[in-house]
Design a protein around this ligand. Sequence first.
Ligand SMILES: Cc1cc2nc3c(=O)[nH]c(=O)nc-3n(C[C@H](O)[C@H](O)[C@H](O)COP(=O)(O)O)c2cc1C
Length: 397
Amino acid sequence: MWAHLPKPFFILAPMEAVTDVVFRHVIKQASPPDVFFTEFTNATGWVHAGEKAIGSRLIRTEDEDPIVAQIWGGEPGDMEQLAAHCKELGFHGIDINMGCPAKSAIKSGGSALIRKPELAAAAIAAAKTAGLPVSVKTRLGYTHIDEWKDWLSHLLRQEIVNLTIHLRTKKEMSKVPAHHELIPDILALRDEIAPGTLITINGDIENRAEGLALTKKHPGIDGIMIGRGIFHNPFAFSPTEFSETASSRAFVEHASAKTRSADVSENSSASGSPDAAPAVTDSESLLHGGKSVVQPESPDEIGETQRVTPSAKDGSGAMTVSSTEKANKMKLINLLHLHLDLFDQWDTPEHPRKFDPLKRFFKIYVNSFEGAAELRDKLMHTKNTAEVRAVLKDWSL
Ligand SMILES: Cc1cc2nc3c(=O)[nH]c(=O)nc-3n(C[C@H](O)[C@H](O)[C@H](O)COP(=O)(O)O)c2cc1C
């Protein structure tokens, strides 16, 4: 699959408790990336506790094409077994997470592999036995930025098909801006050691436009991976739609500026681990990066294009929104409806879904328009998808 991607290609980042089969289909409808990644699945958890340990993490549908299963762990034998299972499930590739900084992950895998290069090589070799293309997603190093050269050289010697680099160290979490300045040196290293390995850049890239600007500056980049940008604009992968409108440009620029300094941890809890909590608990802040949440309800905050203007027709001074804004608002609300429908569809006796975590997503859709805060407040008091639909119906009357 990797050989048939456009250049540059765009990947939806793997995000724990976010990029499951439901949300991936919402993004597919809004503006599909070239490649989907699943949230990560722990190999040892799956080998010892089976499907129970991983829940619905590895559910995929035929129309998600191509899709890569992200796995993690520290036992090559377990990685081998899970990789074979992913092949049976029809995934098109295996990605190994070697960057997760969460405490529960680094006990056995995630970014701990940066300090165990031999184990990292063994994990890659084990995953390859399934016969699917194997890629790695990692960070620059564990503690110091200057670890990047030795660590990435080591990975590039393992004959992997793609290397995604989140341009920060494990220690930096997401607390500093991603080190885009290292891109030319990383590309030169790839050209020297493994010209056949694709390089995907990740970290602080909000949308397709920003990704294209980066690849224009550094033509050696093969792919761009976008994570949190999708929270600020679910149409982030779109070449034309929505992200091109003036109001959402202001919205996206505003969001970008804020997230540059966002304090978003990659995973506060690695729930794929055998001993971790079953779900990310503080996912509201995970999703929105704490202070990075864009709350552009105040017209002053987001600029002219999103201001409401007095109605010209009735002359009463009543506030109306522009037709573009209305259209954008309806696109977002329709995506929320789609999310609700997919949530119900995938809420099965085999894999029951909890309603409360769904609320974390409301801010993605109910944002950046007049009255959004009020509507969101109502939605946050709902107890099931039927109540959400009822609130939306009342609101749209
Ligand atoms: C809520 C959340 C969950 C994440 N889960 C994973 C994961 O399961 N696997 C992984 O490799 N990275 C995970 N990450 C890291 C992202 O894939 C990405 O590397 C990081 O957010 C930086 O990219 P961005 O600036 O585009 O968001 C997660 C990030 C967030 C915010």
